[in-house]
Design a protein around this ligand. Structure first.
Ligand code: SF4
Length: 363
């Protein structure tokens, strides 16, 4: 079995083969400019956290058209920015990106710092993101070990990517392998190899530029199978009633808090209830709380289910029609029921509710 020590001694060969492969096979992506734009690198790295390239692409392009510079992002309000993130998920990243842009303006006069420690001190920037920005945008020879890179390096060491202690070993190895002259390309090449060739379930070793050095080559069946994340003992289902207040062609939305699920996005007013609670009563309570003077009763129109990473949300959807003078007791925004715009921003779950309500209204 090839060890970390022998791989390190083969570092020049690893770099040469990997960079040659990357130069031929890299995907052309809008944030991979020549020379790289540090701001585009920052935005793309936030968007790519836990999200695939093909999902990020349209969001990145829209976002950069609207916020073409770091200062334009820092000077915008989070309510201006969230519509351009709506649907991408993990909304905390958007809040962090905005906070990081503001911190860069405050602490670094609007210039993204080149120093890894200064990068790590920014909101939402961990070791991987700091390494990626420093190496890609500023050509600093530091590693950037994400999930793809970790898997490739584990296999190159002949180890199980999921074994305890593999991450620190891979980080040490990455720091020793990183190409001193082209660190950003080297790190991206490792990421690209993990995304395109050395994939979790079926690595295509025949096309791998590092196959001659790899003890795991052509041992797909023997490679440690990707373990599924253990399911929670009882996957939690959140039961909520959602109330669509309709006033002429308009519907009423409330803003989520800046922390937690769907942070800062808009949604139809909801009330959480126990699994066996009477939904009609919960909807009526919610309606009376929001519209104490309204005589109308909400009626149930159906259910919408939305699956999140760790839980499922089951919406019981109710509609209540009110007259033009109705004023809910909470702050919110009226908007047309059918609106193709992104303002105010809705999560994917709320888009599902919207589609349901629209189909119900036109039925
Ligand atoms: S030879 Fe196969 S297992 Fe080894 S790094 Fe390349 S693709 Fe991965």
């Amino acid at each position: 079995m090839r060890t970390t020590v022998s791989l390190e001694s083969a570092a020049p060969i690893v770099r040469r083969r990997l960079l040659r492969w990357y130069d031929r096979h890299r995907r052309e992506l809008p944030w991979r400019g020549t020379p790289p734009d540090p701001y585009a690198t920052l935005v793309s790295e936030f968007m790519l956290q836990q999200t695939q390239v093909k999902t990020v692409l349209p969001y990145f392009e829209r976002f950069m058209r609207r916020f073409p510079t770091l200062r334009s992002l820092a000077s915008a309000s989070i309510d201006d920015i969230l519509p351009f993130w709506a649907g991408l998920g993990y909304y905390r990243r958007c809040h962090h990106l905005h906070a990081a842009a503001c911190a860069i303006v405050d602490r670094h006069r609007g210039r993204i710092p080149k120093d890894v420690e200064a990068l790590r001190a920014l909101p939402g920037v961990g070791a991987y993101t700091a390494g990626a920005i420093a190496s890609i945008a500023f050509n600093i020879a530091v590693p950037a070990v994400d999930g793809n890179v970790c898997r490739v390096l584990s296999r190159l060491r002949g180890d199980d990517p999921k074994s305890a202690g593999s991450r620190p070993q891979n980080e040490t190895l990455a720091a020793r392998l990183v190409a001193p002259r082209r660190p950003g390309d080297f790190n991206q090449a490792l990421m690209e190899l993990g995304a395109l060739i050395c994939t979790p379930r079926s690595p295509d070793c025949s096309r791998c530029p590092l196959r001659a050095l790899c003890p795991s080559r052509d041992r797909t069946a023997a490679l440690p199978a990707r373990r599924k994340a253990p399911l929670p003992k009882s996957p939690r289902t959140l039961h909520v009633v959602a109330l669509a207040i309709l006033r002429k062609e308009q519907t009423f939305l409330v803003r989520r808090p800046d922390r937690g699920l769907w942070a800062g996005l808009y949604m139809w007013p909801t009330a959480e209830c126990l699994p066996h609670a009477d939904r009609d009563t919960a909807a009526l309570d919610l309606c009376r709380r929001l519209l104490p003077r309204a005589a109308a009763y909400p009626h149930h129109v159906g259910n919408v289910r939305h699956v999140l990473t760790h839980r499922t949300v089951r919406f019981d959807v109710y509609v209540v029609c009110v007259n033009i003078g109705a004023r809910p007791t909470v702050t919110g925004r009226w908007r047309p029921l059918t609106s193709s715009g992104t303002d105010p921003p809705l999560s994917t779950a709320q888009r599902k509710l919207e589609a349901y309500l629209v189909s119900h209204a036109s039925a």
